[in-house]
Design a binder for this molecule. Structure first.
Ligand SMILES: CC(C)(COP(=O)(O)OP(=O)(O)OC[C@H]1O[C@@H](n2cnc3c(N)ncnc32)[C@H](O)[C@@H]1OP(=O)(O)O)[C@@H](O)C(=O)NCCC(=O)NCCS
Length: 273
C-alpha cells in the first residue's frame, strides 16, 4: 500500500514538472501569429507534449562550460523564465497594467513604452515580454522580432564560404531566411543573472517551433557595438557576419566606428544538438 502511495506521489510530482515545462510553449502558441492555435484532441495534445519533452534543448546558462560551438543540451536553459514568468505579446493593455520598464538604456525603454505597439500595428516588428508570475505588473525582459534575411552574395569570399559550408551545395543561395531580433532588453533589476541568455534560448526555440508558418535558418541581430552586448551575444553562440569592424564598415560603406555589428546564429545547430 505504501509503495502505491509513493508511486502516486512521484507520478503527481512528475506531472507538475511536465506542466511547468510546457507552460512557455502553450503561451508562445497562444500568443503568436506565427504559431496558429489548433483545436486538438486530448490525445494529440499529449503526443505534442511528449514530442516537446523529448526534443533536446540547447543550454545557454551563464557560467556553463563551453563545449565547442554548442553547449550541451539541458533543461535548465530557461529555468527562471519557464518556472517564474509568462510570455505575452506587448500590447497597449499590457503596458497600461505594468510598471514602467527600465533596462538602463533610455532609447530602448522609450521604444518598448511608446513605439513597440505602433511598430507591430504597421507589421514592422512584433514585441513580446516575459512578466513575473508573482507580480504580473513587472516586465522582466522584452524583445522584438521581424523577418529579415542574411545576404551572403556581397560578403568577402572567405566569409561567404564559411556560411555556405554549412549548407548543402545545391541549396546554397544568395540570401537565407532569418528572424531579426530588432530590440531586446532585460529589466535592470534582473540584469546579469542569466535572464538575457534564457531569453535568447526562448527566441531560438520559438524560431524553430515545428508549427511555425515559415522556416527560417538564422537569427540575426544588429548588436550595439559595445562590450557588454557583444559579449552577451557571443557567449550565446552568435557569430559576426564580417570578420572585423573594418571589413564590415568597408563592405557597407559606413564610417568607423560602427554603431552596430551584424551577428547571426545558425538555427540548424538546434536541430543537430
Ligand atoms: C545586454 C542585456 C540584454 C544582457 O542581459 P543579462 O540578463 O544581463 O544577460 P546575462 O546575465 O545572460 O549575461 C550578461 C553578460 O554580460 C557580462 N557583462 C556585464 N557587464 C558587462 C560589461 N560592462 N562589459 C562586458 N560584459 C559585461 C556579464 O558578466 C555576463 O557575462 P558572463 O555570463 O560571461 O559573466 C542587458 O544587459 C540589457 O538589457 N542591456 C540594455 C539593453 C541592450 O544593450 N540590449 C542589447 C541591444 S543589442
Amino acid at each position: 500500500m505504501r509503495k502505491i502511495h509513493y508511486f502516486c506521489r512521484a507520478f503527481a510530482k512528475w506531472m507538475l514538472k511536465l506542466k511547468r515545462r510546457t507552460k512557455l510553449w502553450q503561451h508562445l502558441s497562444d500568443q503568436s501569429r506565427f504559431l496558429p492555435v489548433k483545436r486538438q484532441s486530448a490525445s494529440s495534445r499529449w503526443l505534442m507534449l511528449l514530442k516537446r519533452i523529448l526534443t533536446p534543448r540547447i543550454a545557454v546558462s551563464p557560467g556553463r562550460k563551453r563545449e565547442g560551438y554548442l553547449r550541451k543540451p539541458s533543461s535548465d536553459s530557461m529555468a527562471f523564465l519557464l518556472d517564474s514568468c509568462t510570455v505575452k505579446v506587448l500590447s497597449r493593455e499590457l503596458l497600461s497594467s505594468c510598471k514602467p520598464f527600465h533596462c538602463g538604456d533610455t532609447d530602448l525603454d522609450e521604444f518598448f513604452a511608446q513605439d513597440a505597439v505602433p511598430n507591430h500595428e504597421a507589421l514592422l516588428g512584433k514585441s513580446y515580454c516575459f512578466v513575473l508570475d508573482a507580480d504580473p505588473a513587472t516586465i522582466v525582459c522584452a524583445f522584438t522580432l521581424s523577418s529579415d534575411s542574411v545576404h551572403v552574395d556581397h560578403l568577402p569570399n572567405a566569409r561567404k564560404k564559411k556560411i555556405n559550408s554549412r549548407i548543402a551545395h545545391p541549396k546554397q543561395k544568395r540570401r537565407y531566411p532569418a528572424i531579426l531580433i530588432g530590440r531586446l532588453a532585460v529589466n535592470e533589476e534582473f540584469a546579469d543573472k542569466g535572464i538575457g541568455s534564457e531569453m535568447l534560448s526562448a527566441i531560438k526555440q520559438f524560431s524553430t517551433d515545428p508549427d511555425n508558418l515559415a522556416d527560417c535558418r538564422f537569427l540575426a541581430v544588429d548588436a550595439k557595438n559595445e562590450e557588454k552586448p557583444l559579449h552577451y551575444y557571443e557567449k550565446n553562440d552568435f557569430r559576426y557576419l564580417y570578420s572585423s569592424e573594418e571589413q564590415e564598415a568597408e563592405n557597407l560603406d559606413l564610417p568607423l566606428p560602427l554603431k552596430t555589428r551584424f551577428m547571426f546564429f545558425d538555427l540548424i545547430d538546434l536541430k543537430k544538438s
